[in-house]
Design a protein around this ligand. Structure first.
Ligand code: SF4
Ligand code: SF4
Length: 84
């Protein structure tokens, strides 16, 4: 499993999650051409440290992602050339 980032992060990208991730697996903060951040599905260790620090509740355990944002699971995987 992994954690994923959903719609509320779009255009906010404040980086709070990046600061707490112990394995530096959240990408996109310094990339101007992406409008949200992404969690690498194989590097994430499911520690959950990022989830409570997100000010807009954009981060979810993959299996707990709200149905309306299910597509963001694919969007996260595809950013790294992977599929779930
Ligand atoms: S769950 Fe832990 S390892 Fe995975 S992205 Fe969040 S802080 Fe990083
Ligand atoms: S803490 Fe939330 S809003 Fe901020 S960059 Fe991470 S996922 Fe996006």
């Amino acid at each position: 499993m992994t954690y994923i980032i959903a719609e509320p992060c779009i255009d906010l990208k404040d980086g709070a999650c990046v600061d707490v991730c112990p394995v530096d697996c959240i990408y996109g903060l310094d990339e101007d051409d992406v409008n949200q951040l992404y969690i690498h599905p194989e590097e994430c260790i499911d520690c959950a440290a990022c989830e409570p620090v997100c000010p807009v509740t954009a981060i979810f355990a993959e299996d707990d992602t709200p149905p309306e944002w299910d597509r963001f699971i694919d969007i996260n995987y595809e950013y790294f050339g992977m599929s779930r």
